[in-house]
Design a protein around this ligand. Structure first.
Ligand code: GLA
Length: 384
C-alpha cells in the first residue's frame, strides 16, 4: 500500500527543483481504535498513528514566501506569503491547510522564514484517516525546520486544530492532530481530551491492525459532523453543564423522557463510549481480546443506533468481519462517520481470514469496492 518513502520524496523534490532538499519531515495519519465523537465532549479516545504519512521535503528561500508543490495534485503549485492575514485559495483548496497553519503560527508569535516545500502523501484522501491533520502537523514541522524554532507537540496540535476550525471551517476536535503529533511506535494513545493528558498503551506483539476502506467517500461529513457537535452541546446544556464529560451516566439514564429523545441518545452514546474506551485501553494493555472485541462491537452498535453516523454498507462490512473473526476480531467503523473506514484488530493469525471474507463478499453484496489497508502503529511527527 505505501507508495512513498523518505528516499522517494527526496527524489521527487530533486526532480522538481533541480537540487537536493535541505531537510525532510513527515507526519502520520491515524486510525481510532475506539472513542468516537468523544473528543469535542471532553472525553476519552484511543487512536493510533499509522505508517502512512504526509511528507514534506524542503529548502530555504531568500524571500518571505512559501512556494508549495503538491504531488497528490499533479504537482499543482501555490505561493503563500508569510503574513498573518491569509486569504483562502478557492482554486487550490489543499493549500488552505498551509495558509491556516501559517496564520496560527504567526498569531502565536513564531517568526517564519521562506521556503520551497514539496508536499506528498500516501494517505488516501476522504478516507477518514486524517490526511488533513497529518498535513497540518507536517507543515508545522517544516516551517519550524526553516526558522530553527521549536514547539511543544501539544501546542502544535492545538494550532493545527485552530487552523482547521477557523480557516478551513471544520469544527473538529483535538484527536487527529494530537495523535499525529504525539503517536508512539507499537502503541495506541489513550487521550483524556479534557486536560489533553496522554498515556501510551502498548499493543500485544502478536496482534495486528487491518483497516478496510468501505469505498464510500465521506460526503455528508461536514454538515452532519457540526450538527452532532451542536446536539451534544444542547444535551450538556439541558443538565446545566458546558461539556458532556461532567454528566454522570446514571443521571442521564434517570432523566430519560425529560429531554428529547435525540439529545438523550446522543448523550448516551458519548457517555457509554467514554466507559468503553477506558475498558478497551485496559484490555489492550493486558491482551484481553474478549473484552476488546465486546467493547468495539458495542461501540459500533452505539454509533449506529444512538449517534446515527453509520451507513448500511458499513454495518454490513463490520458484521462480515466480525463473523469471519468468530469472536477473535475487534471491529468497528472508525472516524467521523457516513463512510470511510472500518478498523479491525485481531491476533495476526486471524487477519488473513478477515481479508478473505471482505474480498469474497463485500463488493458483491454492496456494490462498493473495498480497499484493504494493513497498518502498523507508528511514531508521531514530534516523536521521530
Ligand atoms: C473527526 C474529527 C475528530 C473526531 C472524530 C470523531 O475525525 O476530526 O476530532 O471528532 O471525527 O471521533
Amino acid at each position: 500500500m505505501n507508495t512513498l518513502s523518505d528516499t522517494r520524496v527526496n527524489e521527487l523534490f530533486s526532480e522538481f527543483f533541480g537540487s537536493q532538499p535541505q531537510a525532510l519531515v513527515k507526519a502520520p495519519g491515524r486510525v481510532n481504535l475506539i472513542g468516537e465523537h468523544t473528543d469535542y465532549n471532553g472525553g476519552f479516545v484511543l487512536p493510533v498513528a499509522i505508517n502512512y504519512h504526509t511528507y514534506i521535503a524542503l529548502r530555504p528561500r531568500a524571500d518571505r514566501n512559501l512556494r508549495l508543490v503538491a504531488w497528490n495534485f499533479a504537482n499543482a503549485e501555490a505561493l503563500v506569503p508569510l503574513t498573518e492575514e491569509q486569504i483562502p485559495d478557492l482554486q487550490h483548496g489543499w493549500s488552505n491547510y498551509v495558509r491556516g497553519v501559517v496564520q496560527q503560527l504567526r498569531r502565536a508569535g513564531f517568526q517564519l522564514a521562506g521556503g520551497d516545500l514539496y508536499i506528498a502523501g500516501d494517505l488516501p484522501a476522504g478516507a477518514g484517516l486524517s490526511s488533513s491533520a497529518s498535513l497540518e502537523m507536517a507543515v508545522i514541522r517544516a516551517l519550524l525546520a526553516l526558522s530553527g524554532e521549536t514547539i511543544d507537540p501539544t501546542q502544535a496540535a492545538l494550532l493545527g486544530q485552530a487552523a482547521e476550525n477557523q480557516f478551513v471551517g471544520c469544527n473538529c476536535g483535538i484527536m487527529d492532530q494530537l495523535i499525529s503529533a504525539c503517536g508512539q511506535a507499537r502503541s495506541a494513545l489513550l487521550i483524556d481530551c479534557q486536560d489533553l493528558s496522554t498515556r501510551a498503551v502498548t499493543m500485544p506483539d502478536d496482534w495486528e491492525m487491518l483497516i478496510v476502506h468501505s469505498g464510500i467517500k465521506r460526503g455528508l461529513v461536514g454538515s452532519e459532523y457540526n450538527q452532532r457537535r451542536q446536539q451534544c452541546e444542547q444535551a450538556a446544556t439541558h443538565f446545566g453543564h458546558t461539556s458532556l464529560r461532567a454528566l454522570d451516566l446514571t443521571r442521564l439514564l434517570a432523566a430519560e423522557g425529560t429531554l428529547d429523545d435525540l439529545s438523550f441518545r446522543r448523550a448516551r452514546h458519548v457517555l457509554t463510549e467514554n466507559a468503553r474506551t477506558l475498558a478497551a485501553a485496559a484490555a489492550l494493555a493486558s491482551g484481553d481480546l474478549r473484552t476488546l472485541v465486546r467493547a468495539m462491537a458495542e461501540s459500533h452498535a452505539s454509533m449506529r443506533d444512538d449517534f446515527n453516523i453509520t451507513t448500511p454498507a458499513i454495518d454490513y462490512l463490520v458484521q462480515l468481519i466480525a463473523d469471519a473473526g468468530a469472536g477473535r476480531a475487534g471491529v468497528r467503523m472508525t472516524g467521523g462517520g457516513f463512510g470511510g473506514c472500518v478498523i479491525a484488530l485481531a491476533p495476526a493469525v486471524v487477519i488473513p481470514q478477515l481479508m478473505q471474507a471482505v474480498t469474497n463478499r463485500y463488493e458483491q453484496e454492496t456494490g462498493f469496492k473495498p480497499t484493504l489497508i494493513p497498518a502498523k502503529a507508528s511514531a508521531g511527527a514530534f516523536n521521530q
